[in-house]
Each structure stands twice: as structure tokens, then as C-alpha cells.
Design a binder for this molecule. Structure first.
Ligand code: NAD
Length: 459
């Protein structure tokens, strides 16, 4: 059994039957069987079921948001944002996949001679092992295009987002998706491991670098499609020509939204010395206005962390930084007594790259702000990371921004914005941030196998 804990109260809110090695194998067999019919089903019929799923999610948006808040501690307004954003992603996938699947395409046709055409076939049965921080977003980035293109999905939500995973499975059933095509697997890493033991046709993983590395090592040699969306240590740079208050508030939101538990959360800030003091003042003043507390209550911006263990990670990072000379301007200590995995919004200055807080993913509401003296120094520091998910530049100067963005080693770059994902653009990481892309047309193609036809009419 798996206990589902509300991170705001530490109460067990549900007990759910975990999968076993045998049940995982059984679910794989059911998926394999169901996919044979699904791949032969017309795109229009597949899209009709996805449209129904979209409608059911829209109809149950409040319930869906409440379930999410109860198990991951995300403030309710942010859970609602995630559900609404998922509806927009569904719209994107429905429109774009229809376009993409207008196949087969005849590429070359010589009268009386050779015809060449290309067709796209579904991958088959895909394993979707997912993270808890945005279970609707990171899940739907995989299971929606996979189902639309004719694959079956074995979805293993994080053990910290089990109720949401089961809720999503229920919506698919109600939408009329045939049994076996979308199945939720309950459990933690062990269940994920059993899933990888099955002869799946693709592995689509969202989570930490450490787990991603284990996964790619486990399936190495099987020659199946593997996609890993991993962590980040995302930097932003503030040049002296900006509206400092606006930049400070924008980046504070990027750092503390969802208690900093976003893969693309701002994790490091470099500020030009000419506006450093002013930036820090505005940053701290704005951060103080962010209301923390019960994530189910109105107006709360900062809830608890989803996982108790992460509290120790944050404490260690802050302790290490302070030992090496950092100054804590805000937060830095867990509230004494009381229930829930709360950690306050924490702002550190006098930081440098000898400190874990500037190098290792924090995945919590802590931020280091470092002073720099030039664009060159900022660029060097921003690229000084094993990760490469996103990076942002705040400046009025478009030419400087373009040059810096071109030189940043990250899958997504931002100008005067941060912590942003768009369904129209590919979402990909470099280095320890992963391999492969979801979203955009690339995030549809990744679920397709091309087949090249060389056709000579009989004479
Ligand atoms: P995690 O690595 O702890 O777990 C991710 C998933 O892997 C869970 O479902 C877990 O049960 C499963 N798992 C764990 N061990 C496994 C094993 N040995 N074999 C198979 N499956 C296993 O990550 P998390 O705490 O759920 O998520 C947080 C991390 O995810 C952060 O690093 C964050 O940056 C990253 N993330 C990245 C993106 C992105 O798009 N790049 C999006 C969201 C989250």
C-alpha cells in the first residue's frame, strides 16, 4: 500500500494499492493488445476521444485542482493555472497532430518510374515515468501526443502525485478510451523499474538527473527511443539598463512560484554592479509580500514543499553558503513547530560558485543573487553549470540580448521574462538537463517512427 500524505498537514489522506511486478507485466500485456486496434483506428476517432477527455478535464477543473493541491501542496490558484494550461496544450496537440499526420506524403513521383513516399507509424507501447511538480503538464506532454499518434501509454506518475495520476486515468476511461490504452501504475522507483523491465517501445521520463541517469543506463542497448527531461540550475542576468523594480519582481516570481519547485524556476541571479543594491532591495521587498500558508486557502502564493526530504537539501545548501560567506537577507530557517513541510522564501547575497546553492539544483524557495561587473562575466557564470535547461537576460538592448542568448548553453532562452513554457516551442535540455524534446512539432514527431517506401510499379 502507498500512503498519500498532504504536505501541508502531514496527514495521510489516502491509502492506495501499489502495483506489483506481476501487475505491471499484466498491464503491459493489456497495453500491447489494445494498441493493435488503436493504431488502426482513424485519427478522427482518436482525436474525438482526446476532445472528450479535454471536455471532462475542463468540467472537473476545480476537483482536479483540489486533488493536486491536497497531495503536492501547490497553492490552489497555481493548481488551477496548471489545469487551465493543460487545456491549452490539449488544443495545441489536437490541431498540430492533425496537421502532422496528413500522411503519407509522396515525395517523388516519376510517371512510369519510381514512387517514393514517407509514412509515420506509432511507436507502440510507451512508458511515461513522470514527476510530481507539474503532473498535468509533464504527463500530458507525453500521453496526449502518444495517444493521438496511435501508441498505448503506461503512465507511472510520481508516488507524490498518485491521486492525480488515478484521476487522469479515470477521465480517460470516461472519455471512452478502450481499456489498456492508458493505464496508471501506482508506486515509486521500484514500480518504475518493473515498468522498464517490460519490452516497451519508448521511455519518456521527467524527473531528476540522478534518476534519469539510472534509467538511460538500464535501457541502454535496447535501441528504443529514450527521452529524458531533467533538472536545471536556471540563471538570469540583469543588465543595468532595465526597469529594476519590474525585473526584480519578475525574477522573484520566477524563483518562488510553486515554492521554486519548477524545472525552469529561476535558481541563480546575476546582477550588474550598477543596479545591484537597488535590485536586491526591490527583490526582498517584493518577496516579503508573497503570502505563505495553507495552499488550499485563498490568496496563498507559497505553500509547503511536496517532499519532506527536500527540507534537508535546502538547509544543507543554506548552511554551506553561509559557512562560505553568504549573507541571508530573508528566510533561511524553517518555522519552529507546526505541521507541514514549510520552508520560507530565502534570499542570499555574497554568493559565489564555490557554494552548492549556485551549482546544485535547489528545487525550493531559495535563491542566490551574485554581483557581476560585465556582460562577459555574467555569460561565463551563467554557462558555468552541468545543467542547461533555461537562461534569461533582462535588458532594453535587443542587440546585446540577442548576442548573449545565442551564446547561452540552454535549451530555452528568455528575453525580459523567465520560468515560461510554450506548447508551440520545443522543450529540451542540454547536459544534465536531459535529451530529446517534448512540445512543438518535435514533441509529436518523437512518438512516430518514419517508414520510407520505395515503389516501382510492376511492368
Ligand atoms: P525523481 O527523479 O525523484 O522521480 C521521477 C520519477 O521517477 C518518479 O515517478 C519516480 O517514482 C521514478 N523513479 C525513481 N527511481 C526510479 C527508477 N530507479 N526507475 C524508474 N523510475 C524511477 O524526480 P521528482 O522528484 O519526481 O521530480 C523533480 C525533478 O524533476 C527535478 O529535478 C525537476 O527539475 C525535474 N523536472 C524536470 C522537468 C523538465 O521538463 N525538464 C519538468 C518537471 C520536473
Amino acid at each position: 500500500m502507498l500512503d498519500v500524505i498532504n504536505p501541508a498537514t502531514e496527514a495521510v489522506i489516502a491509502r492506495v494499492e501499489s502495483d506489483t511486478e506481476a501487475s505491471v507485466a499484466k498491464k503491459f500485456a493489456a497495453a500491447k493488445k489494445a494498441q493493435v486496434t488503436w493504431r488502426a483506428t482513424s485519427y478522427l476517432e482518436r482525436a474525438r476521444i482526446v476532445e472528450r477527455f479535454r471536455q471532462l478535464l475542463a468540467d472537473s477543473r476545480e476537483e482536479s485542482a483540489k486533488i493536486l493541491t491536497s497531495e503536492v501542496g501547490k497553492p490552489l490558484a497555481q493548481s488551477r493555472n496548471e489545469v487551465n494550461g493543460t487545456l491549452a496544450r490539449l488544443d495545441f496537440f489536437l490541431a498540430e497532430t492533425a496537421e502532422r499526420l496528413r500522411e503519407p506524403v509522396v515525395l517523388h513521383d516519376q510517371a512510369g518510374g519510381m514512387t517514393e513516399r514517407i509514412a509515420h507509424e506509432p511507436l507502440g507501447v510507451v512508458a511515461n515515468i513522470s514527476a510530481w511538480n507539474y503532473p498535468y503538464f509533464v504527463g500530458s506532454n507525453v500521453f496526449v501526443p502518444a495517444l493521438l499518434t496511435g501508441s498505448a501509454v503506461l503512465y507511472k506518475p510520481s508516488e507524490f502525485a498518485t491521486l492525480t495520476g488515478q484521476h487522469i486515468a479515470k477521465l480517460w476511461r470516461e472519455a471512452g478510451l478502450a481499456e489498456g490504452l492508458f493505464q496508471c501504475l501506482v508506486g515509486g522507483g521500484e514500480v518504475g523499474g518493473w515498468l522498464l523491465d517490460q519490452p516497451v517501445d519508448g521511455v519518456f521520463f521527467t524527473g531528476s538527473y540522478a534518476t534519469g541517469k539510472r534509467i538511460i543506463e538500464k535501457v541502454a542497448g535496447r535501441m528504443i527511443r529514450v527521452q529524458l527531461e531533467l533538472g536545471g540550475k536556471d540563471p538570469v542576468y540583469i543588465r543595468p539598463d532595465v526597469n529594476v523594480k519590474v525585473a526584480a519582481e519578475s525574477t522573484a516570481d520566477g524563483a518562488f512560484y510553486n515554492a521554486g519547485q519548477s524545472c525552469c524556476a529561476v535558481e541563480r541571479i546575476y546582477v550588474h554592479k550598477d543596479v545591484y543594491q537597488e535590485f536586491v532591495q526591490h527583490f526582498v521587498a517584493f518577496t516579503k509580500t508573497l503570502k505563505s500558508g495553507d495552499p488550499a486557502a485563498d490568496g496563498v502564493y507559497l505553500g509547503p514543499l511536496a517532499r519532506k526530504a527536500q527540507l534537508n537539501v535546502l538547509e544543507d545548501q543554506v548552511r554551506d553558503a553561509v559557512k562560505k560567506g553568504a549573507k541571508v537577507l530573508l528566510g533561511g530557517e524553517r518555522p519552529a513547530g507546526g505541521k507541514g513541510y514549510y520552508y520560507p522564501a530565502t534570499v542570499l547575497t555574497e554568493v559565489n560558485h564555490s557554494m552548492a546553492i549556485m551549482r546544485e539544483e535547489s528545487f525550493g524557495p531559495v535563491i542566490g543573487i551574485q554581483k557581476v561587473t560585465s556582460d562577459e562575466e555574467a555569460l561565463k557564470l551563467m554557462n558555468d553549470s552541468e545543467y542547461g535547461l533555461t537562461a534569461g537576460v533582462y535588458t532594453r538592448d535587443g542587440a546585446v540580448a540577442s548576442k548573449l542568448m545565442a551564446d547561452l548553453n540552454a535549451g530555452s532562452v528568455y528575453w525580459n521574462c523567465c520560468d515560461r513554457v510554450s506548447p508551440r516551442l520545443p522543450w529540451s535540455g542540454r547536459g544534465h538537463s536531459g535529451i530529446g524534446s517534448t512540445l512543438s512539432v518535435l514533441g509529436i514527431d518523437t512518438f512516430l517512427k518514419p517508414k520510407a517506401y520505395h515503389l516501382r510499379l510492376p511492368t
